[in-house]
Each structure stands twice: as structure tokens, then as C-alpha cells.
Design a protein around this ligand. Structure first.
Ligand SMILES: C[S@@+](CC[C@H](N)C(=O)[O-])C[C@H]1O[C@@H](n2cnc3c(N)ncnc32)[C@H](O)[C@@H]1O
Length: 280
């Protein structure tokens, strides 16, 4: 069976991946809708100093590209560059420009490219995709292998919710427990610079942190982030309710309160943007 259907949502069925978020049209829409908010929050599509190289013509890969919104924006802006989007699940757009390729592939299997094939490697929101051991033994080594000397890697990650609200704190604790039970780290964004440092292959490693306030208090992007997180939590209902030992219906009510609480109190989380320059 290529996919698993659980609680009316479609999930991948790949044995060496702990990734637990659906891969259906509803999830593709959620990812696409959040793309513009991310651009607003961070003031653009990337922070690494690769603009000139992209204008001239670079080879770029996005690990876990999802519905491909980042790739499509980049390909339009930099027509001389070639873009590859890799994802374990085929939720790619059906129409895309000639300088784009989408490939269904599991990053954990090692990618079908020669060493030093890319000038820029990008990866976003993969904390729930890899265990800590996989980050250290597979993902970072594969990025290191594929990046050309003088090329750049860039990753964007989120951590867990911080709030004055009880429901949000319960969800935050459940997420922490769930991640730990799978060997994953929901605060991996803080650890990535160290993982890059340990390869001895990167210099100029930087980690920029932004705190995102959910809901109206966080402006337009805060409102979008709240919708994105609420929909994301709803899509985890089967796994998280089981982990919390509560009925899925009780979990739904908790997620609704999470959303209401964000407007009544203050709920936030941090995002981390990590860049590293491959040594020559
Ligand atoms: C939270 S989504 C983020 C998608 C995209 N980066 C974005 O920001 O819109 C994580 C994506 O990683 C993909 N993924 C998870 N594990 C993967 C793996 N081992 N190899 C390739 N893709 C993976 C999922 O299918 C999903 O599309």
C-alpha cells in the first residue's frame, strides 16, 4: 500500500520515516497558504548571500519541498537557475516552469545525485520529519555531501508553543512528549548550528531567531500563523489524542480552545533561520 488512510486523512506509508502529518490536498493547501506569511515574517525567500549566483545560474534543491510554493516562487524570480524539489510524498503542483523538477524521494535513503551537485540547499519545517539520530547521521551529512564548495545551506525551523493558556500548554506538553517518544526534537532549530559545526565543512554559520505571536496581536502574519497551526494540530488529532490518552473529540475541543486562547491571552513560538557556507 502506497498510502495509509487514517481518520479520513491520507498519510505516507514509508517504514523508515516517522513523519506524521497528512499528505493530502488539504495539507497541500495549508502549506501553500502559509508560504506568503513566511515571506512577510522573514522579509523574503532566503537569507543566504546567494542572490548574485542565483541570477547568473545556480543549481538549487529543496529537501521536503511539500506543495512546492517556495520552489515555484524562486524559479520565477531566478529563471537562469535550476530548481529541484524533493519530497517523500507527491503533493507537488501539476504545472511548473521548465527550470523546475519535482522528485518523489525519501531524503533518508540518500539522494540520487553526485557529490557537490548543488550551489544552494534549502529545507523548511522538517522538525517532525527526522529523529535526532537521523538529523545527525543522514540529513546533515547528505546536505554536506551535496553542497558545492562555496555553496550555502539554509534551514528554517519552528519550536514548541509558549503560552499563558491552559489548553495551549497541554498541547505543548503533548507535542513535547510525542516528539520525545519518536526520538525527535521539537527544538531542533536551536541544535542545527552545532550539527553543521560538527561536520567541519561549514563556516559563517548563523542562526537568526524570531518570535511569532499567534493571532491578531501578531498582525496579519500572526493571524495566518494561528490558522496554519490550528489546522496543523487538527491534522494530528489521531496521533496526538492517542498520545494524550483522550478521545479525538476531546482533542478537537482542546484545539478549538487553543485557537480562542491565542486571542484572549498570549501564545507564541520561535522560528530559527540557519545559514551555513560550505568551505572551499
Ligand atoms: C511540514 S511539511 C513542510 C513542506 C515545505 N518545506 C514547506 O515549508 O511548505 C514537511 C514536508 O517534508 C516531507 N518529508 C517528510 N519526511 C521526508 C523525507 N524523509 N524525505 C523527503 N521529504 C520528507 C513531508 O512529506 C512534507 O511535505
Amino acid at each position: 500500500m502506497r498510502f495509509r488512510i487514517i481518520g479520513g486523512r491520507r498519510f505516507h506509508n514509508i517504514s523508515n520515516s516517522e513523519y506524521f502529518i497528512p499528505n493530502d490536498d488539504e495539507e497541500a493547501d495549508r502549506l501553500i497558504r502559509y508560504h506568503d506569511a513566511i515571506k512577510d515574517i522573514w522579509g523574503g525567500l532566503f537569507h543566504s548571500p546567494v542572490e548574485e549566483k542565483l541570477r547568473q545560474g545556480a543549481r538549487v534543491i529543496d529537501f521536503g519541498c511539500g506543495a512546492g510554493a517556495w520552489i515555484l516562487d524562486m524559479a520565477k524570480q531566478y529563471p537562469n537557475s535550476m530548481f529541484v524539489g524533493i519530497d517523500i510524498s507527491p503533493i507537488f503542483p501539476t504545472e511548473f516552469p521548465l527550470n523546475v523538477e519535482f522528485i518523489e524521494y525519501n531524503v533518508l535513503d540518500g539522494l540520487p545525485y553526485e557529490d557537490a551537485s548543488f550551489d544552494f540547499i534549502h529545507q523548511k519545517f522538517m522538525a517532525g520529519a527526522f529523529t535526532e539520530a537521523q538529523w545527525e547521521e543522514k540529513v546533515i551529512p547528505e546536505m554536506t555531501r551535496l553542497t558545492r564548495p562555496n555553496g550555502w545551506v539554509e534551514m528554517l525551523e519552528s519550536d514548541n508553543f509558549i503560552s499563558d493558556g491552559n489548553a495551549t500548554n497541554r498541547i505543548s506538553k503533548a507535542l513535547q512528549n510525542f516528539f520525545t517518544s519518536k526520538g525527535m526534537n521539537c527544538r531542533i532549530g536551536e541544535e542545527i548550528p552545532c550539527l553543521l559545526e560538527n561536520t567541519n565543512a561549514f563556516s559563517e554559520i548563523k542562526n537568526k531567531k524570531k518570535t511569532i505571536i499567534l493571532g491578531k496581536k501578531g498582525g496579519k502574519s500572526g493571524e495566518e500563523t494561528l490558522k496554519f497551526c490550528t489546522a496543523g494540530l487538527s491534522s494530528c488529532r489521531i496521533f496526538l489524542s492517542a498520545n494524550m490518552n483522550i478521545m479525538p473529540e476531546h482533542y478537537d475541543a482542546l484545539v478549538e480552545t487553543f485557537s480562542i486562547e491565542a486571542e484572549k491571552t498570549t501564545s507564541c513560538y520561535n522560528q530559527y533561520r540557519i545559514c551555513g557556507h560550505k568551505k572551499i
